[in-house]
Structures are given as structure tokens and as C-alpha cells.
Design a protein around this ligand. Structure first.
Ligand SMILES: Nc1ncnc2c1ncn2[C@@H]1O[C@H](COP(=O)(O)OP(=O)(O)OP(=O)(O)O)[C@@H](O)[C@H]1O
Length: 332
């Protein structure tokens, strides 16, 4: 999709972007030395309008620094960066009207105000025309299930409610690009599902371009056709999630609860890696479907319950390094 996009369709564009921080470190009791931290070390990619891209990597990889440069909060030390044709750090205010940002760990809402009043402030800040504001708010309230929460002060909302409130706030001015930093962190299963469904619909109906940072591979699996992996400030992989699993040969786990203790389950396409009483853990390739495996286990064993566990992003990336593979879609 990216390769075929014309220049007008490219919304996010990075060419050799770098960010170097100067840090002062104490050496011994008196001496201090200056050190450079290359948080982002020559990253290039393009995101086309309507794409939903996962941006993942271990802690300290450079994800937040990239997002901060894309919003204009930080100025790159080198390279070229454009969002909707705008140089973010030079025209941060003009860019703000075209982008929306949600940080899972902190709210952009006013802590003591009810959601309704926070939204009114957002409207004034972005000078959103009244009719458009009403239409957008109505849509968000309905799809994010915010009706009963509009008059509740933000500090009284649960994490999941607040997150939905934050997502709505980021969308009231119709941004073309939405950056989401850990949008499902700490949410329960139902809130996660609500947020994911909403984002998928938003992407389909409005063609909103989404760049998503997450530690939850299910977010990527359910939302993103493309994933980029960053580590030590460099882009290590850019392609489909399935390809990443192949490169890392990562495995998912089927957790099976049987009616009673039994010898290790034997089915094709998986190996039993752990048995604890009536519970057994079966590892299978993450790039394979769980459906045939579930059927085989259900057909051959007295089943009470089962669930599928995704591999951790850290595991997938660690395996990718360990294998030192040079898959076609790897970059860097
Ligand atoms: N303002 C700063 N001054 C100095 N070093 C910084 C600054 N901001 C980030 N860094 C360093 O740059 C590197 C990348 O940090 P960044 O926050 O971008 O990583 P991240 O991928 O977002 O990590 P996490 O998943 O933990 O949020 C880290 O080594 C971090 O310590």
C-alpha cells in the first residue's frame, strides 16, 4: 500500500530522522562528563492516508521520542520529517489542527471538570465549528458509550472510562492523523474491545490514519495491517505482523483446562510445554491459526475451558535478534 501511494497520499514522512540528547553524567565525586544518547538513530518510513500502523519496541527503544517529534514537541537533531506536509516543530500550532494525540498513561482532560466541559474547552482551543463539534461529539458519545459519563468529573472516571473520554477529546476536531500511545494499557477486556472496535470503525469510515504504540500484540493483530519495530533508535522491521512472527519464529500458547489430570496432550501442530494438574499449556507457531488446534483438542480430550495467550512483544523481538534473520521485510 505504501509503495503505491502517490505523494498526496503520504501523510507521515520520515527521512533519516535523528534525535540525540545530551546528558550529563557524574563520574566519581567531582567529575561530570557529557554523553550523547541517540534516542532515534536515522529512521525513515512513510505512512499513507488511511493506514493503521503499529509502532512497537522494547522500553527505551525510541518510540515516545519519535511520537514527540511527530507532534512537534521535540525538534529532530537531523533528517527530514513531515506530517500532512507540515514540518511539525516549525509549525506546531498549524499541525495541531490536523492531528490527535492520546497518551494512555496520562490524560489530556481537565481533572476536576466533567467530560462535557472538557470537550467545550477542546472545541474553543481548536475553534471547531459548532455544528461539526456537535456531530462529532454525538458520534463519539454513542460509539464510545459515554452518555452516562458526560457530567462526571474526570477524576471520578475509571481508567477505561477515562481512556474512552480521552479518545473522544482527541477526535472532536476531525484530525487526519491520530497517534495513540498505549491506548489499552491497564484496561479490562470489555473496555479494550470497545476501544478497538471504535478505532477500527473510525479508520474504515473516516480513513483516519493511525499510528499506534502498544505492548499488547492483540491490539496490533486486531487493528494494524502493518507493524514497525524499533530498537535502539533504529527501525528493525517494517511489514505484516504475520511476517514478524515468522522472522521471530514466535509461538502462541493454548491454555487447556481438562476435566481431570491426564498425560500430556498429543495433537498435530503443537507441543505440550507444561502440565499442572488438569491444566496444560500447548505452544504453537504464532503465524498459524488456533482454530484447527482447538478443534483437535476438543475432539480428543475432555475439555472444560481454553484460552489463547499471545507472545509478549519483548519475546518476539528477542527471538528475532537471537535468530539474526534477514527476512525480506526487515530494514535497517
Ligand atoms: N529528554 C531526554 N533526555 C535524555 N534522554 C532521553 C530523553 N528522552 C528520552 N531519552 C532517552 O532516549 C531513549 C529512548 O526513549 P523513549 O522514551 O523514546 O523510548 P520508548 O521506546 O518510548 O520507551 P518506553 O516504552 O519505555 O516508553 C532512552 O534511552 C531514554 O532514556
Amino acid at each position: 500500500m505504501t509503495d503505491m501511494a502517490g505523494p498526496d497520499d503520504v501523510l507521515v514522512e520520515l527521512d533519516g530522522v535523528e534525535k540525540v540528547f545530551q546528558v550529563r553524567r557524574r563520574v566519581g565525586r567531582l567529575r561530570r562528563t557529557r554523553e550523547e544518547v541517540r534516542a532515534v538513530d536515522g529512521i525513515s518510513f512513510r505512512v499513507a492516508r488511511g493506514e493503521m500502523v503499529g509502532y512497537i519496541g522494547p522500553n527505551g527503544a525510541g518510540k515516545s521520542t519519535t511520537i514527540k517529534m511527530l507532534t512537534g514537541i521535540l525538534t529532530p537533531s537531523g533528517g527530514r520529517l513531515r506530517v500532512a506536509g507540515i514540518d511539525p516543530s516549525r509549525e506546531r500550532t498549524r499541525l495541531a489542527r490536523r492531528i490527535g494525540v492520546v497518551f494512555g498513561q496520562r490524560t489530556t482532560l481537565w481533572w476536576d471538570l466533567p467530560l462535557r466541559d472538557s470537550y467545550a474547552l477542546v472545541r474553543r482551543m481548536y475553534r471547531v465549528p459548532e455544528a461539526r463539534f456537535r456531530a462529532n461529539l454525538e458520534r463519539c458519545v454513542e460509539l464510545l458509550d459515554l452518555g452516562a459519563l458526560l457530567d462526571v468529573p474526570v477524576r471520578q472516571l475509571s481508567l477505561g472510562q477515562r481512556m474512552r473520554g480521552d479518545i473522544a477529546a482527541a477526535l472532536l476536531h476531525d484530525p487526519e492523523v491520530l497517534y495513540l500511545d498505549e491506548p489499552t494499557i491497564g484496561l479490562d477486556v470489555i473496555s479494550k474491545a470497545k476501544v478497538r472496535t471504535f478505532l477500527r470503525d473510525l479508520n474504515v469510515e473516516r480513513r483516519t490514519t493511525v499510528l499506534l504504540t502498544t505492548h499488547d500484540l492483540t491490539d496490533i493483530e486486531q487493528l494494524c495491517s502493518r507493524v514497525m519495530v524499533i530498537d535502539h533508535g533504529r527501525l528493525m522491521y517494517d511489514g505484516a505482523l504475520a511476517g514478524l512472527h515468522e522472522v521471530g519464529e514466535s509461538e502462541r500458547t493454548l491454555v487447556v483446562d481438562l476435566e481431570r489430570e491426564l498425560p500430556p496432550i498429543e495433537v498435530a501442530g503443537a507441543r505440550t510445554v507444561r502440565v499442572e494438574g488438569p491444566r496444560q499449556w500447548l505452544a504453537f507457531p504464532a503465524s498459524a491459526s488456533a482454530a484447527p488446534l482447538v478443534s483437535a483438542v476438543a475432539a480428543g480430550y475432555p475439555l472444560v475451558d481454553l484460552s489463547v495467550r499471545e507472545p509478549d512483544i519483548e519475546d518476539v523481538i528477542a527471538r528475532m535478534y537471537a535468530l539474526g534473520s534477514t527476512g525480506a521485510e526487515r530494514v535497517g
